[in-house]
Write a protein that binds this ligand. Sequence first.
Ligand code: SAH
Length: 302
Amino acid sequence: MAAGPHECTHDGRLPGAGWRLEGRPLSASDRRPSRFPLPLDKVVAGATPLRAGAEVLRPQRPLQEAAREAMRRQPPAGLGLDSAAVRARMVTRLAAEGVRCEPVLAAMGEVPRHLFVDTALVPQAYEDTSLPIGLGQTISKPAVVARMLALLVDRPGGAAAHAPRAPLGRVLEIGTGCGYQAAVLARLARSVISVERLKPLHDRARANLDAAGVPGVRLVWGDGRLGHGPNAPYDTIISAAGGEELPSAWVEQLAVGGRLVAPMHSPADGGQVLVVLDRTTSGLRRSAHDAVHFVPLKSGAQ
Ligand code: SAH
């Protein structure tokens, strides 16, 4: 069956004709000075990050000239327009790589990822690569964020199980990091609680979310292996750090009809894989998906 515009799959095919990206009006936070436009070249995952302003080999020179020309034709309303254009290109690339989940693509097209990374890394903010965020941690690469969120939207019972505008319902995120994924989640959820064990990152995420003008994300400093009992159960649980097993608190705090996605070590696969856990009225169902590489899930807060 051909996928419709709201179906969320990642099957390597191009998106259906119904796919479209909806923008949003520019906010003050969009106008933070940046160094856009960015290079259009696709950076291979795991490649050495480019220095700010560094030259890269550009096999698609005519494409770049066309992009520059398009930028020149835009009204001079500030650098935010550049960031919207680069973000739209990131989303187009994700779609071309097989992410077909319209709500996820739309949300990622709206969140200013460059406001969540260090100034020196801003030129790389929309490349498909993970980036350091300090204390040995990383912001996940956009393709992985998109894949995990699409797995969550595309759950048994359908994306609109809770509300079409908040398909993920009540969300618990483990591993706030810089807050980027929490900001994307906020566009897909009724509420988001995000737990981070490292206080400096917890604080920075708060500042980043405020700068990006993202309301409605509650940040908790603590050990996310314990989940967050006071607001349980959750319709969605997502972890950005991987352990040997799924902590029992996460399983206990997952609502009936809820879905959890987390990286987990899989000896059979020789590394980490994305594990999906569904709680249905008849019990728990677990499935393994893509091979991934996330930072480790550690114990205790510090
Ligand atoms: N979602 C983040 C990715 C952060 S990387 C983003 O968009 O940037 C994963 C994060 O998980 C790190 O910040 C790490 O400190 C955190 N982490 C690891 N173990 C944790 C635990 N037990 N509880 C809470 N956070 C944890």
